[in-house]
Structures are given as C-alpha cells and as structure tokens.
Design a binder for this molecule. Structure first.
Ligand SMILES: [Zn+2]
Length: 114
C-alpha cells in the first residue's frame, strides 16, 4: 500500500465518493465558513469551521459528508484541514504499531520513494 497523502486510502475513497455525490448540489455561501446547500429539496446548513452539517453524518463519522465536500471543493481548501487527527496517517500508523510492529515496518517500507 502506498500513500500519496496524509489520509488513509480507505478514507480517501470515501471522500472521493462524497465529492462526486456533492458535485452538482446548489450551494449558497452565507459567511466565511457557512453555506446553505440544497439536496433533494432539503435545505441544509454546513458550517466548515465547526465541522457540522444538518444531515449529521459529519459529526458522527468525522469524515466530511457529501454536502461538506461540495462546500470544501468550492472554497478550494484542503480537505485535510477539516478532518480530525485520529483519521490521518500518523494516527493510523501509530495504531498499527501498537497492534503489530511488523505491519508498521511494512507500512514504512511502502512509503519510501522508488
Ligand atoms: Zn451533510
């Protein structure tokens, strides 16, 4: 497994799917970090600075939902800025090290440039 970013591949795939689903949603910027977004005739408020969306998925999973991804994409900001550290590479590798040091070594080897 080779990682190109600070986000584990499994979470990265979820983000890509969320980004695709949120691609064509109408959104209105209401503030620096606040958006109103329409999804299937339902109006939702996304607050990027508080990492919340009215759908509730972002708070539960820690991974930006499709509504949040639509807003993050619009701001052209890096999605990593809106994710908790426990979902990033460092926490993932630390967790692997605690469980099985051999796996950690394998992960480190995969990170080295060819
Ligand atoms: Zn949402």
């Amino acid at each position: 497994m080779r990682w190109e970013s600070n986000i584990p591949p499994a979470i990265n795939r979820k983000l890509q799917i969320a980004q695709l689903k949120g691609r064509y949603m109408d959104q209105l910027r209401c503030g620096e970090y606040e958006f109103e977004i329409i999804d299937k005739n339902r109006q939702l408020v996304v607050k990027l600075d508080k990492r919340t969306c009215d759908c509730g998925l972002w708070v539960i999973s820690g991974i930006p939902c499709k509504h949040a991804m639509a807003c993050i994409t619009k701001t052209r900001d890096n999605v990593e800025n809106y994710m908790d550290d426990y979902l990033k590479k460092v926490a993932y590798l630390k967790n692997i090290l605690q469980q099985n040091p051999c796996n950690f070594r394998r992960e480190l080897m995969a990170e080295r440039p060819i």
